[in-house]
Unconditional design. Sequence first.
Length: 671
Amino acid sequence: MKKIIISKSTLELLPYPLKGSVDAIITDDVAGFLCGIQERDYEMQLLVLVFVNFDEYNVVKRSVLRNNALLWNAVILDSDFTYQMLVDEDISFIVDCRTSSIMEEELQFIIQRGFSFLEQQVSVINNNEFLEKLVDMKRDQEDLINIGKSLSAEKDPDKLLRTILLLSKKITGADAGSIYLIEENVKGEKQLRFKYSHTFSKDIPIEEFVMPLNKKSIAGYVALTGEVLNVEDMYRLPENAPFSFNKSIDIQHNYRSKTMLAVPMRNHIDEIIGVIQLLNSKEDMNSERGITGNEAFEIKLQSPDDFETKVVPFDQRYEALMEAVASQAAIALENNRMIRQIETQFEEFVKASVHAIESRDKATSGHSFRVAELCKHMAYAVNSATEGIFKDMYFSETEIKELEYAALLHDFGKVYIDLAVFMKGKKLYPKDFENLIIKINYLYRFVELQALLGGNPEVKNAIASEGIAASNGEANMEKLESIRRIKELVYKLNEPTVTDMDPETALKEMIEEINDVLCKDIEGNIIEIIDDITKRNLSIRRGSLNEEERKEIESHVVHTYNFVSKIPWPPEFKNIPEIALKHHEKLDGSGYPSGLKDDEIPLQARMMAIADIYDALTASDRPYKKALSKEMALKILADEAKGRKIDPDLYEIFVRYKIYDAVDRDFYRIA
Ligand SMILES: [Fe+2]
Ligand SMILES: [Fe+2]
């Protein structure tokens, strides 16, 4: 009798509710339940497959006997599980280990495999003369677990293929093997790509190539039919076989392809995505030495005789085992492909976002890309530091990617800010300045008019009622002189450069002089030459921005944070919002938005601060702003480091490794 017992703790990783085909007992005490079964005297043999987390597995293993009446195997479903936990463990009870949700089809596959192992164990137990097969099966199960372990750890797709093939060869004792993957060509037609191959005994380099997906080749046949092919001699294929074998490579390399096992690689939705083809099994369990796959794998086939005497057909048990291995491999490849697809999507998304911000203001275009490049180079420099504070510091490739994305997006929040504020090069916006000059010119003409009126009593009388008083000519000449001075002063005050002149005092005097003249429009309304906003702007002591505008620009970091933190980053990029948020913080607490100090600012944000300032200083991103030379920019950064605004140790790295030379300024500009 077969039973499936599922621990409640594993339900979140299972396709729940379980479909009708899975008849399972769900309990929160699997070990207790099994002990209960054990005590009852079942006449039938019980085959039990349990789904448990790792801790529960250990409890079951300790408390439940395994005998002829009760045979059990376990599937570990545990999001905290790592293969490290299996070091020194007896894994012969484990059918599979999964850390993430499994789909209905995978579940069916695992159940089928679990019971098939149990049934094989029953037949072996029932037949003592095949007892050693139990050892094989135990080893097969261990191999499968180990394959899962190796494949889940591998991120590089090429290494993954190499690992798949190496493990397949080791398990079966094969001398050679190839992996074919199904792909679509530009016309949307499926084809088979010969992706990777390796021969232990000979160095046979074969380049990647594509072939049509049809039954004429062995790989094509397996890919299309899903059949496992176990061939005893490739040179003696059955006459009615739809496929044939091309001996040319054998002849060219003095090799002899004899026995062959080809299995389809099915992914989690039972789709065939490729084929693993193994050649020349060297395993010989019947010989006195009983050579297993692992040992046989390293036997060299050199002389023609070796191919006749050392090569054996692939053992039948490898057909099912290799199918399971190929499925694990397919799922690992699919996972890998999906991970890369997600990575590419993030990359594209980040770049598209940056283009959005950079194309908004052509003058600063390329800034984000350059800051990202500088940051990356700083991280590599920190990695290579063999002395000093960073000698033990190391950024992984993923951490460098995280830093790069944070840098690319660090100023994204600027899209929320009025572009005019960024473009503001002088204390008054061009329109406001123009307006002010018009008003001063008007005032000038007004006073001139007064002077003229002073000499014409008729006109004087005619418009006296409108409040334009004529005055004597001498006084007006003085006034006109003063207005001319005021106009000059307005030009000076509008400049953002810091001068000895206190703008507020100068402005006050100027206003007093102007206020003497009541300048009126046609309707007789008094024209205010310098309104409050203009006064406030012309009184700015440093730079061109008033307090509100400065705050608005500073708010870009919070906008960046709000935007970036809404992106569902994978866990390895979780620090991006924080790094981007803190790129304007200063070590002495004078930065924004939070005035953080020293270690409160992440190292990556401190790196970004240096890259950001350096790029801003050396960029000629505004018509009115001159780009500073590298030397000048480094001098300013040195002062900032001395004043503990930026991190002195990172500045030292920036200079020592000439990070500033790493970026080609014009390369990153948007045309
Ligand atoms: Fe910024
Ligand atoms: Fe920036």
